[in-house]
Design a protein around this ligand. Structure first.
Ligand SMILES: Cc1cc2nc3c(=O)[nH]c(=O)nc-3n(C[C@H](O)[C@H](O)[C@H](O)COP(=O)(O)OP(=O)(O)OC[C@H]3O[C@@H](n4cnc5c(N)ncnc54)[C@H](O)[C@@H]3O)c2cc1C
Length: 1006
């Protein structure tokens, strides 16, 4: 049953071919030798056309007669009527025109059948494209005959068409000679036309074989000494011709083709080598085909006597020492065969380049099925299930090999496999990078930070896919695992993930057909998750949680490989359309990799232990210690001295108590500094701001900056991910910084004192990420040292600048400089209005490159942009603290204000809103830490929407409780209020953030 279905499926022609192959080549050697000895006599094969290469007029007529109710046999009789002088033969000799022929032929047919016969319609049918199609089996045979160096000819009784050309629906290039009766004026079986053909071929009659479907034509040829072959049906005729010629006329080895010119190998020396290796009884010519699917090591099929072999060699030319190591392939296959893994039997490794130009190895040819389409068309669901199960279990077999027992313990480095792989592919990618790919950039940062902690070491195939397996033609059994080029020792899960690539690719994906748009349940194919679970079950492993990491890495690797291919194609002749297409494929694959990284980020996030989430012990804030001091500053509690020195980087810490010991110490130092130096200086700093000296730096502020620097409370903002070596900043994660930033938000002057104020923070981050060394020295270092300030000039008075695409300022190149023209206002660092009038900027000042601003904007999607939100939490806390102190001490209508129910409600409302906003801020910061800025986009937009209006409401309630004092400059509330109000559009209007949140929300609609 199963076998029959396989054979019925056109996709599984291979099964049929494999069977045929066996039939042809497993016959006794004697028979093979005999046919071979005859083959050397022939130099040409001559084909009749109608009935041999294309359907015969007689056959076409039979069907036509049935359809047109013409008595059966009429046409055939009319064709031969009159012999040499009948209309058909005259027409064949080109003696009469089509019109004359049709007139005479019509009369003849009508006389014979005693009815009117529409011969024009028969003639149209005979010569129409659909009917006059060459038989594929013949076309294939002709290709093979010519590939063997024999000549081919058409010798046809033929006629002219109404357009004056002869009727020849063949590819002329397939024939050395074409002889047509209508052109020569002579018809078969006239011996002259055969002689003419032989003459043009330059061969003797005995050196040629003639194929025709008509006996008189064959007899005439035979009488001249030509070998003849009667064609009843093309398939049988080709088989007989194979016997006569002594070589195969059909490509019977699946996935092979004649060897490409550029891939030819010296056959004579190879033949000699093989005969020496296989023994003296090995006779016969060497047949060579090339396997056609994309391995980087050229692979050949060899037939020699009754041996079927596969030769795999290094590509020619200069190679990297580790690349294309056929020796390694030979070694691993040999070792694995001993361990019971199904691999082709390797026979010999030849490292002597003098034989065929490069080292090579030989293995036995393993006939079977290779499923190129992972959806397995033409099979039953249960068969598909069985095939994927067999694939899974053979992978388990590979991963269960005892590497020591089979002598493979030094086949690769042991341990740390993924780190090494990640670095290798980053390097490869960088070496072939042609433009900046944002997803790849994010992955290059993300992957090294998320290397799985636990990795086993086993044999790793490195390219384990369905189409690298040979299956038994009739059973769902893997006969051999192929292509060990990338094999090594490493983490087996990489193989499992790699074998699921197709699951996530669409079916029209150009390089590897995918399954993502198929209904896997209906097809009977296990989903990636089921496949993975099946693997764990076979291996006796617990479920693998970080599956998305492995998928992210696998697609990253694919994207890096494709980038290499793309770069190489650019040096060749690839068209711009092809290049564009390849670019899209790389982008698609890298985005897919990033999607998995995001999923992994969410998984890590969700896995955060609940106990940690509950750790923030706000209740301590109600303790006497946390009462406000006289100035209304929040005494930000002292923490119990828990020693959590090793709290992991990248954890979601919702309370400062949960910070790692060094960061907690930093937090306490910052808090102390705020209390000792910043709050007391506020009044003085505010006076300076209101004075005429406001445009010169305040000496007090400069002094505080030096103090902060001396205490190491400096540049705390630079996220660990972009400055892992802490070269420029404190190396805090976004979550850690959020807690410290909240403290700084309690005073409007604090951020500048600690060199953490906007827009310097964002600008410094940008220079760290994208600046050249020169740019860093010139702009970044003075900023880091607090010796200079920077600005951000985007907004323009004449256009709605909340939509950055409205911006009208221009930049153009002129005489080796950039020239800027534009009108800007609200420029940070004083919020000035500036006219840029032909401002000339040296070209080397451009960061990253012209037109790459968007990339920069994408790259710095995160940290700098949420510092406002972190600070707003602190600002709200301080407003609430001031409010609480005020309402306790202020008496109205005979009792403290705090006893008014509305004020209690206001306090409660403010506390709740601050807590909600803080959690969202921390969640966004945490996502940025674990999944990257892009993955946190929704949360970033949400907090930008939430934080300014929350702060504005909390501050407003505090002002209300203070009465007129709230608006005076004796308290910071009015200043806070203006700041929070401005941030409802200064960092993008609320509406724009709301629109972004809604859009993302709707995107996830089922
Ligand atoms: C204190 C402060 C500091 C600033 N700092 C800087 C700085 O350093 N550098 C800089 O370049 N600029 C700065 N700005 C300017 C600020 O970035 C812009 O005001 C802001 O981008 C809005 O642009 P706009 O004023 O042109 O308003 P418009 O674009 O004209 O928008 C006006 C209003 O229209 C509404 N709106 C806009 N888009 C939408 C929408 N999609 N849906 C619904 N409603 C919408 C909003 O209510 C918005 O407030 C600052 C502004 C302030 C107040």
């Amino acid at each position: 049953m199963y076998t029959r279905r396989l054979f019925q499926s056109s996709h599984h022609q291979w099964a049929w071919r494999a069977a045929f192959w066996k039939h042809i080549w497993c016959r006794p050697q004697g028979a093979h030798r005999r046919t071979h000895s005859r083959s050397s006599n022939y130099r040409a094969v001559i084909f009749d056309m109608g009935g041999v290469l294309i359907p015969s007029p007689g056959r076409v007529a039979t069907e036509w007669e049935v359809q047109n109710h013409v008595p059966s046999g009429t046409i055939l009789k009319a064709l031969i009527a009159g012999g040499e002088n009948g209309p058909w033969m005259k027409f064949m000799r080109g003696a009469i025109t089509v019109e004359d022929f049709l007139q005479e032929f019509r009369r003849l047919c009508s006389e014979m059948s005693k009815t009117s016969v529409p011969v024009d319609s028969f003639f149209s049918l005979l010569t129409c494209e659909q009917v006059a199609k060459p038989f594929p089996v013949m076309t294939e045979a002709i290709t093979q005959i010519r590939a063997k160096g024999l000549q081919t000819a058409v010798l046809s009784n033929n006629f002219y068409l109404p357009n004056g050309k002869s009727f020849l629906p063949l590819d002329r290039k397939q024939f050395d000679v074409v002889v047509e009766s209508c052109i020569e004026g002579v018809c078969k079986p006239d011996p002259r036309i055969y002689k003419l053909c032989l003459e043009r071929l330059g061969v003797q009659p005995s050196e040629s074989i003639f194929l025709d479907d008509l006996t008189p034509n064959l007899k005439a040829a035979a009488s001249l000494g030509i070998h003849i072959l009667k064609v009843n049906d093309p398939e049988t005729a080709v088989k007989e011709l194979e016997t006569l010629l002594g070589f195969a006329l059909r490509i019977v080895v699946p996935n092979t083709r004649p060897v490409r010119k550029t891939m030819e190998i010296p056959k004579d020396s190879l033949e000699k080598y093989l005969k020496d290796m296989l023994g003296s009884q090995t006779t016969g010519p060497l047949e060579l085909f090339q396997f056609d699917h994309g391995q980087s090591n050229p692979t050949y099929y060899i037939r020699l006597a009754n041996h079927q072999l596969v030769l795999r060699k290094k590509p020619p030319g200069k190679l990297l020492p580790s690349a294309h190591a056929v020796e390694r392939e030979f070694r691993i296959m040999k070792a694995l065969a001993n361990a019971g893994v199904p691999v082709p039997k390797v026979l010999d490794l030849c490292e002597d380049s003098s034989i065929i130009g490069t080292p090579f190895y030989l293995m036995e040819y393993c006939p079977g099925l290779i499923y190129k389409d992972p959806s397995l068309p033409g099979l039953e669901p249960s068969q598909r299930q069985a095939i994927y199960t067999a694939m899974n279990s053979v992978l388990c077999k590979i991963h269960s090999v005892d590497i020591k027992a089979v002598g493979l313990e030094n086949y690769g480095k042991q341990g740390d496999y993924i780190s090494r792989q990640v670095q290798t592919w980053i390097k490869q990618y960088r070496a072939s990078e042609t433009s900046t790919n944002p997803a790849m950039e994010r992955l290059i940062e993300w992957l090294p930070l998320h290397i799985p902690e636990e990795q086993k070491t086993t044999v790793v195939h490195g390219d384990f896919r369905l189409d690298n397996l040979i299956f038994h033609p009739e059973k769902t059994e893997v006969l051999a695992v192929l292509d060990w080029e990338l094999s090594t020792l490493g983490d087996p899960l990489v193989d499992v993930a790699f074998s699921c690539l197709a699951h996530y690719l669409p079916s029209d994906f150009p390089i590897l057909r995918g399954l993502s748009d198929c209904d896997l349940t209906q097809l009977g194919i296990p989903t990636a998750e089921e496949y993975f679970r099946m693997y764990c079950l076979h291996m006796g492993l617990p479920p693998i949680e970080n599956w998305n990491f492995y998928m992210a890495f696998s697609f990253f690797r694919v994207a890096a490989i494709l980038q290499g291919v793309y770069k190489r194609s650019l040096t060749g002749q690839a068209s711009s359309a092809t290049a564009k297409q390849s670019g899209k494929v790389i982008e698609f694959t890298s985005n897919l990799a990033w999607d998995f990284a995001v999923k992994e980020g969410f998984r890590i996030f969700k896995k955060m232990p609940a106990t940690k989430l509950l750790k923030r012990s706000y209740h301590t804030w109600a303790s006497p210690q946390c009462l406000l001091n006289a100035t209304g500053m929040r005494s930000y509690i002292s923490f119990p001295d828990t020693s959590r020195a090793n709290a992991s980087k990248g954890a979601l810490v919702i309370s400062p108590e949960g910070l790692s010991q060094p960061v907690r110490e930093q937090y306490c130092r910052l808090k102390r500094f705020m209390e000792q130096h910043v709050y007391p200086a506020e009044w003085e700093l505010q006076r300076h701001q209101a004075s005429v000296k406001r445009w010169t730096p305040s000496p007090l502020l400069e002094d505080l900056k030096e103090k902060a620097k001396a205490e190491g409370l400096w540049n705390l903002f630079l996220p660990l991910e972009i400055d892992p070596e802490k070269k420029y900043g404190a190396g805090l994660t976004n979550v850690e910084y959020a807690h410290l930033c909240e403290l700084m938000g309690m005073s409007p002057y604090a951020p500048e004192i600690f060199n953490c104020s906007a827009p310097d923070t964002g600008n410094m981050e940008l220079l760290v990420r994208y600046g050249t060394e020169e740019q860093k020295a010139r702009w970044l270092m003075p900023l880091l040292e607090g010796k200079t300030r920077s600005c951000f000039a985007m907004t323009e008075p004449q256009v709605a600048s909340s939509d950055a695409t409205n911006i009208e300022s221009s930049i153009r190149e002129e005489n080796g400089l950039y020239v800027i023209n534009g009108h800007k206002w609200w420029i940070s660092g004083g919020h000035g209005e500036v006219l840029f009038d032909h401002v000339r900027v040296p070209k080397e000042n451009m960061v990253l490159g012209p037109g790459r601003g968007f990339e920069i904007a994408q790259g710095r999607l995160g940290p700098g942009r949420i510092h406002h939100c972190m600070r707003l939490i602190g600002c709200s806390e301080r407003a609430l603290a001031l409010m609480k102190a005020r309402v306790k001490s202020r008496v109205a209508f005979g009792k403290p204000l705090v006893e008014q129910g509305t004020l209690l409600a206001d306090i409660a409302q403010s506390r709740v809103e601050i807590e909600q906003a803080r959690l969202l801020v921390l969640k966004a910061a945490h996502l940025m830490d674990v999944a990257g800025n892009k993955a946190a986009a929704l949360d970033i937009a949400m907090i930008k929407m939430v934080a300014p209006s929350m702060a504005y409401r909390v501050i407003d309630r505090a002002i209300q409780a203070f009465g007129a004092a709230g608006l005076s400059s004796d308290y910071p509330l009015a200043q806070f209020s203006a700041g929070a109000r401005a941030l409802r559009f200064a960092d993008g209007p609320d509406e724009v953030h709301r629109a972004a949140v809604a859009k993302m929300e709707l995107k996830h609609c089922p």
